[in-house]
Design a binder for this molecule. Structure first.
Ligand SMILES: CC[C@@H](C(=O)O)C(=O)SCCNC(=O)CCNC(=O)[C@H](O)C(C)(C)COP(=O)(O)OP(=O)(O)OC[C@H]1O[C@@H](n2cnc3c(N)ncnc32)[C@H](O)[C@@H]1OP(=O)(O)O
Ligand SMILES: [Co+2]
Length: 132
């Protein structure tokens, strides 16, 4: 298991892309709209992990809600696993609140699912697995 990406919620994806291009001294590697989440994502590589900027594409996106309530900032940490189904079963058995009945399509050719932040000391955890 390793950290695949950290997700950062932003108001203005264009402005945030300019900022992170300067911080990382690199161009984004991928830009993708994920309709199911109502977000636009911009990825930067940072060693073995990535930074995922998340901007809302709709006022009822979870990212719009988060930014309105808490402001911009770190939104989630995503761990890549080999078998997302068995990891989700394991976490459910451990008593964690998994927010998805089954993994769904995320960005970057991944299946994704989320574990509620109340169970993780205030951090929203994403599990992801590269689609085969
Ligand atoms: C692009 C696809 C994918 C990828 O491929 O990488 C993504 O990353 S998508 C990212 C966006 N999608 C998601 O976050 C989906 C999972 N999230 C959710 O289902 C919800 O956001 C939530 C976590 C269940 C919260 O929703 P809700 O209960 O409706 O929001 P509230 O504002 O009422 O929050 C309740 C409670 O939880 C705290 N909270 C909310 N979000 C976060 C967060 N990201 N990190 C930490 N804490 C969070 C919020 O502050 C509330 O706390 P209290 O006020 O103390 O009750
Ligand atoms: Co993510």
């Amino acid at each position: 298991m390793h950290i695949d990406h950290i997700g950062i919620a932003v108001k203005d994806i264009k402005a945030a892309t300019e900022t992170y291009s300067k911080i990382l001294n690199a161009s984004p590697t991928k830009t993708e709209v994920v309709e199911s989440e109502k977000v636009e994502t911009v990825f930067f590589e940072a060693g073995e992990s990535k930074v995922e900027l998340l901007g809302p594409t709709s006022t009822d996106s979870v990212i719009a809600k988060y930014v309105a309530k808490k402001g911009e900032g770190l939104h989630h940490v995503a761990f890549e696993v080999d078998d997302i189904h068995s990891e989700l079963d394991r976490l459910r058995e451990e008593g964690f609140t998994v927010l998805n009945d089954k993994p769904k399509d995320g960005a970057d050719n991944k299946l994704v699912a989320f574990v509620h932040p109340k169970d993780n000391h205030g951090v929203l955890v994403e599990l992801c697995q590269t689609k085969k």
